[in-house]
Design a protein. Structure first.
Length: 315
């Protein structure tokens, strides 16, 4: 196992994480999704999103016929299919590549054939409404049953809550000074901000060259991360960011984030700018504490972590 390098330079520490790093906890949280079967043939195939060494269960209203339930081209990628009464169990041996899709046909005891496509976890950039990772999928053939109608209601309420939260977040960001400053930093217009660069370091691993700039400011601190994709495989994609008081508790603190692109193809560069107000550094007693910024990439792995010292906030 390769030892991960840690760079410590007073006000900033940069942790560069390779592809063998541990996946973000949030991606592995159980996700239950409902699928309502359509009577229209064009809408017959449904996607199921799976992750290596994580069991995904498909649950049906009727008993499944194991002799007529089959996958194609699963060898070396998934464990043998398991059928238990009204459940079909999938267990990938490894993570599927982004362009991989494994056909699966589930046949119910009444002869109904239901086609699926087993795929890697959905990413925000893919669009649509499925969860990032399926761990249980409830499949309903009878749209009029109580269980089907209840699942549809819960799914609609969840989507509505998500839209409401996003709309409120966008409304706040439109009037946010910190988001405006982050936009300027992401666009390279540092001179238009009140920030002064305090530290600057370079780091790299096998698939990414990184430069980190740390800024101090009046009542605020900022970080700009420059990424250059040197991987010949899939494009690098941003998945999320956390600003916390340590690397394990995930006591999230508020911050503003802007980037100049969501995906970075091989040879391309991108920037991520983060601005944190003094209030994010404050503890319950009114003192200031150090924070840690963590950036996650599209497959859920930690790409880079930056320690933000509270002294960056000028009084």
């Amino acid at each position: 196992m390769r030892t991960l390098p840690v760079f410590g330079y007073g006000l900033i520490a940069v942790l560069v994480v390779s592809s063998a790093a541990q996946a973000r906890d949030e991606r592995d949280k159980p996700a239950v999704r409902a699928i309502m079967l359509s009577e229209h043939p064009a809408n017959g195939t449904h996607s199921v999103y799976v992750k290596g060494q994580v069991v995904t269960t498909l649950r049906f209203e009727q008993t499944v016929d194991p002799s007529k339930t089959k996958m194609m081209g699963w060898e070396g990628r998934l464990e043998p299919l398991v059928v238990a009464r009204n459940k079909v169990i999938l267990e990938p041996i490894r993570d599927l590549h982004r362009d991989e899709g494994i056909p699966l046909v589930v046949t119910l005891i009444d002869g109904t054939e239901i086609p699926f496509l087993v795929k890697p976890p959905w990413r925000k950039s893919d669009g649509g409404w499925p969860p990032i990772l399926d761990q249980q999928v409830d499949v309903f053939k009878n749209r009029e049953s109580y269980a089907s109608m209840y699942a549809a209601l819960m799914d609609a309420l969840k989507k509505n809550d998500t839209l409401t939260e996003e709309n409120e977040r966008y409304r706040k960001e439109e009037n946010s000074v910190d988001h405006a400053l982050a936009t300027l930093l992401a666009n390279g217009e540092v001179k238009k901000t009140p920030f002064r660069r305090k530290r600057y370091w370079r780091a790299k691993n096998e698939d990414m060259d990184m430069k980190v700039e740390l800024f101090e400011g009046p009542g605020k601190a900022a970080v700009v991360i420059h990424l250059k994709n040197t991987d010949y495989g899939q494009p690098w994609a941003f998945d999320g960011a956390y600003l916390t008081r340590d690397f394990t508790s995930y006591t999230a603190r508020p911050f503003a984030l802007r980037m100049d692109r969501g995906e970075i193809a091989h040879g391309q560069s991108g920037k991520i700018a983060v601005v944190a107000d003094k209030s994010a550094f404050e503890t319950g007693g009114g003192q200031l504490a150090d924070l840690f910024l963590q950036i996650f990439r599209g497959d859920g792995l930690l790409q880079v972590a930056v320690a933000m010292d509270h002294t960056l906030v000028r009084q």
